[in-house]
Design a protein around this ligand. Structure first.
Ligand code: FE2
Ligand code: FE2
Length: 376
């Protein structure tokens, strides 16, 4: 290793990826803040080369995006009634109970009955949708930044459609939370650290890597998982439309970076590998739902380590990476620098997805629009 190569602790703030004590000590201390500023210095790039279609795959994506816009206000069945407690029970019947496989003897959950588990399920819905909403705002601002900073006209055009998509995603998640659920959660500290890092980076391709490849790659998998698991028809349809957009967004990242990475040096690629690793760890840490346990009056440090031992939980955690790993492989990030990222993804337990479908072309299969009727 050369001197400029950073150690794990420099990248993620701890030596051991699975140091649960360290992970759960990262908490949001600004829960009442109304605004959050992130400083970023970067060049806004004008291009005087307006020739459209120099990058045919991006042009195709742009044309597709124009035709598949939907209206979050009018294309979803907002009249659907949602009873959160009933939904927790229905989802548990369909997919298995919340505490299943978790040995709580000797912990403060020992006395929990149905009432507490249902309350936990309701809080968990509020938390999950809140984090989706915050992540969508991250995508909105990141993609607006790409419009400014990317030098290619086809990419500026496409990114402009994504900005509209993301506004709609923030809108529908916020509306779902306000109209159908029972409370918001502030942004999770791990997610905020990641969004701050993506926004603060001055290099336009790092915005793409952090947002389109990592955050949106994970979102696509998480939305897909929830779409499959939920028994609530409005949420199912909402997620299906959002997934249709997200698949295009991830494809935008893969197609743009594939070209750009060809001109980078080995040292520059290594930096991208480190950034991908940092993002992967932050996103995995954010899914521990530590704020939900805290709100239920349970110390997350008591329960989360136990939860991590449950086999179903491990499967869910790793499935979140089912899009990210093949996309990183397609970009050459897994095997550059003697397979540095491959080793890290192996430590994270997600390398098995490397040969799953990448998202470069997958967006056609995931397409769903009100006009096509291909929903739910
Ligand atoms: Fe989105
Ligand atoms: Fe997106």
């Amino acid at each position: 290793m050369t001197e400029q190569m950073r150690e794990t602790a420099d990248i993620i703030g701890r030596d051991e990826i699975n140091d649960m004590e360290a992970i759960l000590s990262v908490v949001n201390t600004d829960v009442d803040e109304e605004r959050h500023g992130v400083h970023s210095v970067y060049d806004t790039i004008f291009t005087w080369d307006y020739a459209k279609g120099q990058r045919p795959k991006l042009e195709k994506l742009y044309e597709k995006a124009k035709k598949t816009q939907w209206n979050g206000q009018t294309d979803l069945p907002w009249e659907t009634e949602v009873d959160q407690e009933q939904l927790v029970v229905a989802n548990a019947v369909a997919n298995g109970g919340l505490g299943e496989g978790l040995d709580v003897s000797g912990t403060s959950l020992e006395r929990w009955g149905d009432k507490e588990w249902i309350e936990f399920g309701v809080e968990s819905q509020n938390w999950t949708l809140s984090q989706f909403m915050h992540g969508e705002q991250g995508a909105l601002v990141c993609t607006a930044k790409i419009v400014e900073s990317v030098p290619w006209i086809d990419a500026k055009y496409y990114a402009a459609t994504q900005v509209m998509d993301e506004a709609r995603h923030v809108e529908v998640f916020a509306k779902y939370l306000d109209d159908k659920l029972s409370g918001h959660y502030p942004i999770n500290a791990h997610l905020r650290l990641l969004l701050d890092d993506i926004i603060a980076d001055s290099r336009w391709d790092m915005t793409y890597l952090g947002m389109q490849i990592m955050v949106e790659g994970l979102a696509l998998a998480a939305f897909g998982f929830m779409h499959q698991m939920t028994t609530e028809p409005l949420l199912k349809q909402l997620l299906r439309y959002v997934m249709s957009d997200e698949a295009r967004h991830v494809a935008f990242g893969v197609l743009s970076l594939q070209e750009y990475y060809q001109q980078l040096s080995a040292a520059e690629i290594r930096e991208r590998q480190e950034f991908a690793f940092e993002a992967a760890v932050r996103m995995r840490d954010r899914f521990l739902q530590q704020e939900v346990w805290a709100r239920m009056g349970v110390n997350p440090k008591e329960i989360v380590p136990l939860l991590m031992q449950v086999p179903d939980r491990q499967v869910f955690q790793s499935l979140l990476f089912s899009k990210i790993v093949p996309n990183c492989k397609k970009l050459g990030l897994l095997d550059a620098a003697d397979g540095w990222l491959r080793v890290k993804f192996t430590e994270l337990g997600v390398i098995s997805f490397e040969d799953w479908a990448d998202t470069g072309e997958e967006y056609d299969a995931l397409q769903a629009t009100p006009a096509s009727g291909a929903v739910a």
